[in-house]
Each structure stands twice: as C-alpha cells, then as structure tokens.
Write a protein that binds this ligand. Structure first.
Ligand SMILES: Cc1cc2nc3c(=O)[nH]c(=O)nc-3n(C[C@H](O)[C@H](O)[C@H](O)COP(=O)(O)OP(=O)(O)OC[C@H]3O[C@@H](n4cnc5c(N)ncnc54)[C@H](O)[C@@H]3O)c2cc1C
Length: 296
C-alpha cells in the first residue's frame, strides 16, 4: 500500500466518486480503503430503486449503483482495497490500517474521510425494555434481507418516521414483511420526513403513522411481543414481533476523535452530515476531489 498520493477512507458513493475523479484528473496512485468485503457502501445492500439521480442522471437499484461506481473507479485506475479497515489517523497523511495480513502504516499525500453515517442505536435513543435479536436498525435489516435472504420477523413496528423509514418499508415489502405502524417521535431527527410522508405511507402501503409518540419500551419474554409508548399523554401498546429502529443518523467520524482535524484530511459525503442521497454523496465526493486538485 506504501505511499499513495491520496488515501480515501471508505468505499461508499462519496469515496469511490472522489477517487474516480482524482484518477481521471491524472493522479497516479489513489487508494480506497474499504472495511467491508466489497466496496459500494450503503447502496450495496439497499436492493430497492432510488439511487444515482444527482450523479448519473438516472435512477438505479442500490446494488447496481454501487457496482457502477466501483467499475468506474477501477476503470480510472483506482486501487480499491477491501477488507481493509483504517484503525487510526496518526497525523498529517499518516494512517494505520489493518487487513488480513496485519497492521500497516500508510503515508499519503492527502487523506479523504468518506466513512458515511450510521443510524442512531437503541442505546443512544434510550429505548427501554427487553433485548432480543428481532430489534435492529434499517441498515441491519437491509443486510439481512438483501444480502442474506433472511426474514427476521413478520409484523414489526418501525420506530421513526424519517426518509430512511421509507427504505425500511420497501425492504419489508421485498421480504413479504408487513409493518404494523410507524411511531413518529416528532423530534425531527437528522432527516425529518416531509409533510407528505405520513399520508403517502398510509395510502400506498396501508401503514399508519402515529405522531407525537415518546418513551417507547419494548416488551416480551424470549421474543418481541409489543411496544408500549406514550401518545398525547396516554400510554398505548401495539403488538408486534420485531422492531426496526430507523433514522437519527450520526456522522461516522470516530477516526477524528481526539484529533484537532489534522491538516490534509478532507471530509466527503455523509460523514459531514446531515444525511444525503447516494447521488448527493457522490457529488460531494467529486467536490472533495476538486478541492484536492485545486490545492495541488
Ligand atoms: C437504509 C438506507 C436506505 C437509503 N436509501 C436511499 C435511497 O433510496 N436513495 C438514495 O439516494 N439514498 C439512500 N440512502 C442514503 C445513501 O445510501 C447514503 O447517503 C450514501 O450511501 C452515503 O454515501 P457515503 O459514501 O457518504 O457513505 P456510505 O455509503 O455509508 O459509505 C461509507 C463506507 O465507509 C466504510 N468505512 C467506514 N469506516 C471505515 C473505516 N474505518 N475503514 C474503512 N472503511 C470504512 C463503510 O464500510 C462504507 O462502505 C439510504 C441510506 C440508508 C442507511
């Protein structure tokens, strides 16, 4: 891995598009480090339509979009190292990463951080009650359904009514799962759904959105049986066999923890928050490439 001109951390839409633009502009050694076994980021496991408009002028399914970004990067001469996790940034251009052969230090001319965002976890959202395997984020559900062909539940409740909750519904439909309802905690999240979201969800999928809810508690012994919550000051309970925790994205910027943003690190895509579309993240990656090219 040695000493690339640019090391891009994260092989999602932002990282791949950034790397492609740099290589196309003549940068010789552009390395993308991606911790997963395949590059592509979130779209790789989001099997529904709706990806790519801003960057490619057409809509694709997530995996097709991810594959296209990867092909473009490789055709431009980018090296994509999968199964490669960046463990820390040690200083300007100096990064420690590990792959199946062990730990390596890389010294790069520039470092781009394109590590995306992650949905708020149950612990961060202070959701009380039972702990069972049928409680998961939208991203985990997508990986189970689209990558592993699993059906973890039949009648889940969706906690959250943000844009990504729509993706949770589409994923459920794909697997023959029928959500009971969406609980909107009405706190906006990072990506609050537009006003038409609740009526459209009810009309198109016959899934009710319950607004102004708070304090969800998951109930059940041995498995999820119901969720209790407060709505308009009263306690209610809905029977379900799983819980999808959706939205409230947080930038995945843990590599910057403790660093005063070392010089040479440029951020691109969802790591800059708030949540972008995949095409928007790719455009941000191209913008980061322009910034680097302008500096050199
Ligand atoms: C469930 C869900 C559904 C969505 N549906 C849509 C949709 O229908 N249409 C749409 O346009 N957008 C959708 N989005 C949004 C879109 O997928 C994201 O905005 C986009 O993927 C962001 O791109 P990114 O490159 O910034 O981050 P990501 O796609 O998250 O990619 C980041 C990459 O960095 C890697 N990484 C992280 N840390 C490290 C590390 N330390 N070392 C090495 N690699 C690392 C990760 O493995 C990942 O591959 C959805 C998002 C989610 C979560």
């Amino acid at each position: 891995m040695g000493q690339p001109d640019v090391l891009v951390i994260g092989g999602g839409p932002a990282g791949l598009a950034c790397a492609t633009a740099l290589a196309k502009a003549g940068m010789r050694q552009v390395l993308v480090a991606e911790r997963e076994a395949e590059a592509g980021g979130v779209p790789r496991h989001a099997g529904h339509w709706g990806f790519g408009w801003e960057s490619h002028g057409r809509l694709m399914r997530g995996p097709a979009y991810a594959a296209r970004l990867l092909v473009e990067a490789q055709a431009a001469g980018v090296t994509v190292a999968t199964g490669t996790t960046v463990a820390r940034i040690e200083g300007p251009g100096r990064v420690v990463l590990h792959d199946k052969t062990g730990l390596h230090e890389v010294v790069a001319g520039r470092v781009v951080l394109a590590t995306g965002a992650r949905e708020g976890t149950r612990a961060e959202r202070l959701i009380g009650g039972a702990r069972h395997p049928q409680i998961m984020t939208t991203g985990t559900l997508q990986q189970m359904v689209y990558l592993k062909g699993m059906v973890p539940f039949r009648r889940p409740l969706i906690l959250g009514a943000e844009w990504v909750s729509y993706s949770a519904i589409l994923t459920c439909r794909h697997a023959g799962i029928r959500p009971v309802a969406l609980l909107d905690e009405g706190q906006g999240g990072t990506d609050a759904a537009p006003r038409w979201f609740a009526p459209a969800t009810r009309l198109a999928f016959a899934i009710p959105t319950l607004r102004r809810t708070s304090d969800p508690v998951i109930l059940g012994r041995g498995r999820v049986e119901a969720v209790r919550f407060t709505r308009d000051g009263r306690q209610e309970e809905l029977a379900c066999d799983g819980v999808i925790i959706s939205g409230r994205f947080r930038p995945e910027a843990s590599l910057l923890a403790g660093l005063a943003c070392p010089p040479g690190v440029i951020l691109a895509g969802n790591v800059t928050g708030p949540l972008k579309t995949a095409g928007g993240a790719a455009m941000a990656g191209r913008g980061a490439a322009r910034q680097i090219l302008g500096d050199t």
